[in-house]
Design a protein around this ligand. Structure first.
Ligand SMILES: O=C(CO)[C@H](O)[C@H](O)COP(=O)(O)O
Length: 227
């Protein structure tokens, strides 16, 4: 049990989400510290006899899932997932999300798109009135990143190339990430369409219509929001 209050909220939201996983399900495994609590909890259920297969959304989650004994498969083999449980950097009252703080937005969005029920688990601080205090990650092909950055600058989105130590951060798919400021943007659907249409943009961390359930840890309880 976590002793850090924010991490404890992540943990109890994660444990609550396990109730949605039933025998025989194909489960998408999210990425990040909140999703890691869920993966560990699922590992305990598997050790007690629950039969599921997981599809991880990142190399880090794959490593953890193997460590805790969750049988894994690929999206190709699973074809469609029953449920995916993942974290978020922000969510609003319309179940819209910013994701990708951990850099796994591309595979996370692919899993979400191929899943029947997407559940987001989060600590209470992730709930916002308006998305955008957290910078929006935009995943870009390395070759195009400088030219995309110029375009985003011209759109007044203040792109910043994500770094790790003194090198550009590289995603599991070998791409770069530009973090942009969208706080003043009202029409996120139009923004997302514009971003995706720039050659070399692979994906954005805006998840506008994938989520149907959000489980929030608040102190020692959880609240479940359903669309
Ligand atoms: O989108 C993500 C990774 O790409 C994570 O779900 C998001 O960054 C939240 O992370 P955490 O649970 O550690 O707060």
């Amino acid at each position: 049990m976590s002793s850090n209050p924010k991490d404890r909220e992540k943990e109890i939201a994660a444990l609550e989400s396990l109730k949605y996983i039933k025998d025989g399900m194909k489960v998408g495994l999210g990425t990040g510290s909140t999703a890691a609590h869920m993966v560990k909890g699922l590992g305990r259920l598997v050790a007690n006899g629950l039969q599921v297969v997981g599809v991880p959304s990142s190399d880090a989650t794959e490593t953890l899932a193997i460590e805790v004994g969750i049988p894994l498969t690929t999206l190709d083999k699973a074809k469609r997932l029953d449920v995916t449980i993942d974290g978020a950097d922000e969510f609003d009252g319309n179940f819209q999300l910013i994701k990708g703080g951990g850099g796994a937005l591309l595979r996370e969005k692919i899993l979400a798109y191929n899943t029947d029920i997407n559940i987001i688990i989060a600590d209470a601080a992730k709930q916002v009135e308006r998305l955008g205090k957290f910078k929006l990650p935009v995943e870009t092909i390395q070759f195009a990143t400088t030219s995309i950055s110029k375009i985003l600058e011209e759109m007044s989105l203040s792109p910043i190339l994500r770094m790790k130590a003194d090198q550009p951060y590289t995603t599991d798919e070998g791409n770069f990430i530009l973090d942009i400021d969208i706080f003043d943007v009202d029409d996120l659907t139009t923004l997302n369409t514009k971003l995706i249409s720039i050659p070399g943009v692979v994906e954005t961390g805006l998840f506008l219509d994938t989520t149907s359930i959000v489980i929030v840890g608040q102190g020692e309880t959880t609240k479940t929001l359903k669309k």
